[in-house]
Design a protein around this ligand. Structure first.
Ligand SMILES: Nc1ncnc2c1ncn2[C@@H]1O[C@H](COP(=O)(O)OP(=O)(O)OP(=O)(O)O)[C@@H](O)[C@H]1O
Ligand SMILES: O=P(O)(O)OC[C@H]1O[C@H](OP(=O)(O)OP(=O)(O)O)[C@H](O)[C@@H]1O
Length: 211
């Protein structure tokens, strides 16, 4: 039997992902050591391999078949636009993709003005403003602390993740429009889905039973 390989994002979703796997009897003790710099872990008994990568790289590993299965946020799936199957909503890592800004930006959105939108998610922002709202905007790609952009005058609004809303509140910003709800998803390589259908189907059935 060949190894089934899982790509997991190293960020926020990693802990809950491992907890869900534990519930269905898939453990990898080595992975829980927070001091370890090791990137790949093997469960010989179950013939499984796990590796940790940057979240946005998970869909890349899965599309190319370097991983059969990935666990990643819906935001990353939408942004990366890779060829893969999204097969299960794990129901944790819940948050929302939103257009946010100061209250004063409401008018700019209403009147379809040519505004600047700062975001870590240029493809999601483009799809929302161009295809859904038919509004021409200038998109500015940033890599983090997105809420800074409207405060320092880099952009009028941002497209970013909102979970509790505290980052917005503490910076005098608010949700102006909601784009979509987000959560952690299971994604599968398109060839693996055919070649390893029995094992993957069993895994998904087990996961569904504990969610
Ligand atoms: N408050 C939140 N902020 C960001 N992502 C969240 C939040 N709550 C849940 N998530 C989900 O967790 C996923 C992983 O987030 P995390 O911040 O760990 O990774 P990342 O955005 O790739 O981080 P970084 O760029 O800092 O490495 C996100 O893609 C999203 O689906
Ligand atoms: O609604 P909240 O609960 O406040 O969470 C949302 C914030 O968390 C994320 O940032 P993160 O901590 O990943 O930092 P970053 O902006 O540097 O990516 C996200 O980009 C928001 O800034």
């Amino acid at each position: 039997m060949r190894y089934l390989t899982f790509a997991l994002g190293k960020g926020r979703l990693a802990k809950q992902t491992l907890e869900v796997f534990e519930k269905i009897g898939i453990t990898c003790e080595e992975m829980k050591d927070p001091t370890s710099r090791k990137l790949i872990f093997v469960n010989e008994e179950l013939k499984l391999k796990f590796f940790l990568s940057k979240g946005p790289d998970v869909p890349t590993y899965v599309e190319y078949g370097a991983a059969d299965i990935g666990i990643v946020g819906k935001d990353t799936i939408a942004e990366e636009q890779r060829k893969l199957y999204e097969v299960l909503d794990l129901g944790f890592g819940k948050c929302r993709m939103c257009v946010c800004g100061p209250a004063s930006a409401r008018e700019l959105l209403k009147h379809q003005e040519l505004i600047r939108v700062a975001t870590k998610y240029p493809n999601i922002a483009k799809d929302y403003f161009y295809n859904k709202k038919h509004q021409t905007v200038e998109i500015i790609k940033l890599n983090g602390s997105i809420e800074l952009a409207p405060i320092v005058g880099l952009s009028e609004v941002i497209v970013d993740i909102v979970e509790t809303g505290s980052t917005l509140r503490e910076n005098g910003l608010e949700i102006l429009e909601e784009i979509c709800p987000l959560s952690a998803r299971v994604v599968v390589n398109q060839v693996s889905m055919k070649m390893e259908n029995d094992r993957i189907t069993k895994l998904l059935t087990d996961l569904k039973a504990v969610l």
